[in-house]
Design a protein around this ligand. Structure first.
Ligand SMILES: Cc1cc2nc3c(=O)[nH]c(=O)nc-3n(C[C@H](O)[C@H](O)[C@H](O)COP(=O)(O)OP(=O)(O)OC[C@H]3O[C@@H](n4cnc5c(N)ncnc54)[C@H](O)[C@@H]3O)c2cc1C
Length: 394
């Protein structure tokens, strides 16, 4: 450092975190340009209609659906951080439902296909999914089993060279539009955790029924389905991974999903913070900008501290994940903390906006509604606490 007489704080410095290279930075800029110019202008409309399938086609064309996927299957061959960059930049679309629908494809359904799938399954589904020509969903949750994954009832029964699948799945994101589903089933009810098997099931098979399109508090741009499987016959080649190892496969999948979810929550919190900061500088009361009341200033200080803490936790955990660790405890802590603070930040931002925060026109209430899902989806706060607590042998 040069010997400076006066060293001023570099509040405006844009240095990125050390996990990111210049290439990540360029990727970030190009995703942000795309998101702001092609997605954000439609955010309001897609709240009413859900986002169109063409978003997948376009993102596939741009290579954004396969950033960290192997080049052999049409991906960009990048590292895990490139997927984090996508999750963060999608927040600029200001549509949680859109970001979630895309993340289901890139970070929930594709990873188990690429990790456990047979070559034929990868060619049939991963290649077109990375191109944006096939849309995928993931079915874990059932009407009678959410947090308790081991309590699912969907059965797959062997019948010669086929399996017959019966049961139902609910709250399935992309469920109405998907061409295939990564489906969690029970193949041996007496085998405990060794009685589960994943299947990769085309959604146009006889017996696959897309029931209700479910209405939600937030994430309106996404489609959320109740699905029924009525004696759906699939060949044994539809098994994804090992028969009997589906529970372990899906627990692995959930780790990537949770970390990406945490990154998205932090980015969502940053978005609503930035918009509210702008508002607090412009809105006046009692002759001054509301941001200049000490109480409001401190609210921003508290929010910034939470966001920055969560972000550092996500990055440090991603660094371990990228470098071969399997940091389940830290992923769980990051998911829990990021989800909680995102909701706290969005709630405080509504307060700072006053009545404007309660109005649809400003979009701040939507941030709160969308972010609220993070405390439930991909494992609720209470389940995260269980995982963390048990990791200490309790
Ligand atoms: C918009 C949306 C999209 C979704 N997308 C998908 C998807 O694409 N695919 C998919 O499979 N699922 C999806 N889900 C489902 C989601 O993952 C589940 O809702 C979640 O796992 C919680 O399950 P549950 O809703 O059945 O809650 P329950 O398991 O019924 O839990 C109810 C409450 O009890 C608490 N609880 C449960 N067990 C315990 C315990 N042991 N200790 C303490 N408290 C406990 C929970 O924390 C919660 O507060 C989605 C959900 C939503 C809302």
């Amino acid at each position: 450092m040069a010997t400076a007489d006066i060293l001023k704080p570099d509040f405006a410095a844009q240095r990125s975190h050390f996990i990111f290279t210049d290439e990540h930075q360029q990727l970030r800029e190009s995703i942000r340009r795309f998101v702001i110019s092609e997605l954000r202008p439609h955010a309001e409309e897609w709240e009413e209609t859900t986002f169109p399938d063409s978003v997948f086609h376009r993102m596939g064309e741009l290579g954004f659906l396969g950033l960290d996927k192997p080049e052999a299957y049409g991906g960009q061959g990048g590292d895990y951080y490139s997927s984090l960059v996508l999750a963060e930049e999608m927040a600029h679309a200001r549509s949680g439902g859109l970001a979630m629908g895309v993340a289901v494809q890139t970070d929930m359904a594709l990873p188990p296909i690429l990790a456990f799938g047979a070559e034929e399954q990868k060619q049939q589904w991963a290649v077109p999914a990375i191109k944006g020509e096939a849309i995928l969903c993931l079915g874990i949750t059932e009407p009678d089993a959410g947090s308790d994954v081991a309590g699912i009832k969907t059965r797959a029964v062997r019948d010669g060279g086929e399996y017959v699948i019966s049961g139902s799945k609910t709250y399935i994101t992309n469920g109405h539009r998907a061409h295939a589903i990564v489906l969690v089933t029970k193949t041996d009810p007496d085998a405990g955790y060794d009685g589960f098997t994943l299947f990769l099931v085309p959604m146009d098979l006889p017996g696959v029924i897309r029931e209700q399109r479910l209405q939600k508090l937030g994430m309106h741009a996404s489609d959320t389905a109740l699905l029924a499987f009525q004696e759906v016959r699939v060949p044994s080649g539809a098994v994804l991974g090992q028969v009997g190892k589906g529970f372990y496969h899906i627990m692995w999948e959930l780790q990537g999903e949770r970390l990406i979810g945490a990154a998205g929550a932090v980015a969502g919190a940053q978005q609503v913070f930035d918009r509210t900061l702008q508002y607090a500088k412009e809105r006046t009361a009692f002759g001054r900008a509301i941001g200049h009341f000490q109480v409001t200033r401190h609210k921003f200080a508290e929010m910034a501290t939470k966001i920055e803490t969560a972000r550092q936790m996500v990055y440090a955990t991603a660094w371990r994940f990228q470098n071969g660790d399997y940091p389940v405890r830290e992923i769980t802590i990051a998911k829990l903390y990021a989800s909680r603070i995102a909701v706290e930040v969005a709630d405080e931002c509504i307060q700072i906006h006053g009545a404007a925060g309660y109005m649809k026109e400003y979009g701040i209430e939507r941030c709160w509604r969308d972010l609220r899902l993070n405390r439930i989806g991909a494992g609720s706060d209470e389940i995260m606490l269980e995982v963390i607590g048990r990791s200490y042998g309790l």
